[in-house]
Design a protein around this ligand. Structure first.
Ligand code: PAF
Length: 285
């Protein structure tokens, strides 16, 4: 496995792979890798000849007061996990390498970020779209793999790729959960044991919403109310949002349709957790 830290070297390597007729899969990450990331990497490996991952905690997607400084990092552990899963190249740039002095460009998707996480994290998806565009230009992938846990991120990136005619196929990989249902996230490492127990309210809410939907409930308000009550019954929780929306436009729904996105963001202690699920007629979570 090669570790590359400069943009120039990574671009040269990607050009050489392409010239040799090899296909490239990219899994962009912010490190502190867990089983969810490893699933993305396995999907990448299955779909291309060479697997590149990037590890970069991207400052432009963190707002003031967010957890940029304390975001968990473990580069030696990440490199070992990447090696074990069969990654070919780790792109591991520094912040000045990605954002040198004078940097002044932003990629902005207009409407999708004005929902869900975008409401309480202004500018977050501009930061994501900008860094992902840069990572595509640097690693030149044929496919790029993202987790469905960050549903809105996947929607924003898919839209950006479509709108800007980027020649990259986007693959979304289902959420990977701990055995008790908690969606895997690097931020889970912030949780105390008591908060970790409370955090199960996200998956319990999803299960409750599915049960209500399968029993015929179609009023978004009544499902949202039940979900809010369930979350609020758990200690240390503070709801950022609970939403039922159209899975493509992310517009809020009043009456549910055949396919609906349930999305939640809940602060448990100081840790902001997100989760989501599609409520679809005739299917269980
Ligand atoms: O999902 C993440 O880890 C990040 O948002 C990403 C896609 C690597 C961009 O920094």
């Amino acid at each position: 496995m090669e570790v590359i830290t400069t943009v120039q070297e990574m671009q040269q390597k990607a050009n050489a792979l392409r010239a040799a007729g090899r296909t490239i899969a990219l899994v962009p990450t912010m490190g502190f890798l867990h089983e969810g990331h490893l699933e993305l990497m396995r999907a990448g490996k299955q779909n291309a000849d060479n697997l590149v991952i990037s590890i970069f905690v991207n400052p432009t997607q963190f707002g003031p007061g967010e957890d940029l400084d304390r975001y968990p990092r473990d580069t030696p552990g990440d490199l070992q996990k990447a090696r074990d899963v069969g990654v070919d190249i780790v792109f591991l740039p520094s912040a000045p390498e990605m954002y040198p002095a004078g940097f002044q460009t932003r990629v902005q998707v207009q409407h999708l970020p004005q929902h869900l996480c975008g409401l309480s994290r202004p500018g977050h998806f501009d930061g994501v779209a900008t860094v992902v565009t840069k990572l595509f230009n640097i690693t030149k992938p044929h496919i790029a793999v993202f987790g469905q846990k960050d549903y809105q991120q996947l929607a924003v990136i898919s839209r950006m790729v479509m709108d800007l005619d980027m020649d990259v196929q986007i693959i979304g990989v289902p959420i990977v959960r701990e055995p008790d249902g908690l969606a895997m996230s690097s931020r889970n490492s912030y949780l105390s044991p008591e908060e970790r127990r409370s955090a199960l309210c996200l998956k319990k809410s999803i299960d409750l919403a599915h049960r209500m939907f399968q029993h015929g409930e179609r009023r978004a308000d009544s499902i949202l109310e039940a979900v809010r009550t369930l979350v609020e019954d758990h200690p240390f929780t503070n709801i950022d949002y609970v939403a039922l929306c159209d899975p493509v436009t992310l517009d809020n729904l009043k009456i549910l349709k055949q396919e609906n996105l349930l999305a939640l963001a809940v602060r448990v202690g100081n840790t902001r957790l997100i989760d989501n699920s599609i409520l679809r007629e005739g299917s269980n979570p």
